[in-house]
Ligand binder design. Structure first.
Ligand SMILES: [Zn+2]
Length: 173
């Protein structure tokens, strides 16, 4: 499969876990759970159907053949995603974008696919903000090591850090 899009869903009901979603989809007569990944309530990412299998999550736009499907468990029309779920979604989406070279403009909520008549993934999932986070070229982790009243002491620490091979700079606040 050539995956060019990533479609974000919510499950729309408060299932207990991915297994329950999978059992439900199998009862519908599907070969497997419709999504490729499910994000559980605690932020755990559970593999759904393998990425080698076409999706069963978004008929509109022929997306089942073009898009990996990720579902967040819960009704995000009624409540916001849990912080753990949002963090997991950002991380997973960033990983899939890198792995399959999916541009951020092709990371869509189900409802954003032309022809899809659905509220999925719910009004509490901010897709614009998700894309803004994913569009950042990189994440930077800053370490602050000290605050001094005397400039000399700040210079001293900064030069010691540089000697040890760390970039360091002095800021004023
Ligand atoms: Zn959906």
């Amino acid at each position: 499969m050539k995956w060019t899009h990533l479609i974000i869903h919510h499950t729309g009901t408060e299932e207990k876990d991915a297994r329950q979603v999978r059992e439900y989809h199998r009862r519908l007569g599907w070969r497997d759970i419709g999504y490729h990944y499910v994000i559980e309530r605690d932020g755990r990412v559970v593999p759904g159907r393998p990425p080698s299998m076409r999706g069963a999550h978004c008929l509109a736009g022929g997306m089942n053949h073009k898009a990996l499907g990720v579902a967040v468990i819960g009704n995000l029309e009624a409540r916001p995603p849990r912080p753990e779920q949002l963090a997991a979604l950002q991380e997973l989406a960033a990983r899939l974008m890198a792995e399959y070279r999916i541009p951020v403009a092709q990371v869509l909520g189900h409802r954003e696919v032309p022809g899809a008549a659905t509220a999925c993934p719910g009004r509490f999932l901010d897709l614009g903000r998700l894309r803004a986070v994913l569009a950042r070229p990189e994440i930077l982790y800053l370490v602050q090591v000290g605050a001094f009243r005397e400039r000399d002491r700040a210079e001293q620490l900064a030069s010691e850090l540089r000697e040890q091979g760390f970039d360091s700079w002095i800021a004023v606040r």
